[in-house]
Design a protein. Structure first.
Length: 166
């Protein structure tokens, strides 16, 4: 009887962890072209941690967070992580902006399609996505974290955990 109770106790500790992992949604698939002309599909990045940030050159919070995002890109350089920054703005607008304010993420302009896939939809069908909104996608392609606003510390902590650092 003690063995059976011990086994049930162990299962009660293990099974919630399996259920938690099963609840993580897969990241929405999209194809894109980076500012430097490279084409990719999100699925091509499986096996890496992906930090996917939606931003705009006209977003005050985005402008304030870029130095912190750049620090994250530097901190994890050479690690198994990809930093992508998607914007609806075109190459010219983004290129002019980056001359004044460098952003070390891989920039993906003209990303309306991907933005619409990730945006929340309200009951009347309108799309809503706050800037900046960041998704962290684990190596299996599952969404680990969705956050918006000034959340560089939460992003850092999640990336570090997924990479097994610290």
């Amino acid at each position: 009887m003690k063995i059976l109770l011990s086994l049930l106790f162990c299962l009660s500790l293990i099974l919630p962890g399996f259920a938690k992992n099963a609840d993580k949604p897969l990241a929405q698939s999209f194809s894109a072209t980076t500012l430097d002309g490279r084409n990719f599909k999100l699925e091509d990045l499986r096996g890496k941690v992906v930090v996917l940030t939606f931003w705009s050159t006209r977003c005050a919070i985005c402008n304030a967070e870029i130095p912190k995002y750049n620090q994250l890109a530097d901190k994890y350089a050479g690690k198994n992580v990809v930093f992508l920054a998607l914007t609806m703005e075109n190459e010219v607008m983004v290129g002019n902006y980056l001359k004044k304010k460098p952003f070390k993420f891989t920039i993906v302009p003209n990303s309306l399609g991907a933005i619409m896939q990730y945006a929340d939809k309200n009951p009347n069908g309108s799309f809503n996505l706050a800037y900046p909104t960041t998704y962290i996608i684990n190596k299996k392609g599952e969404v680990e974290l969705k956050t918006s606003g000034r959340k560089s510390q939460a992003i850092d902590e999640t990336v570090s955990r997924l990479l097994g650092i610290g």
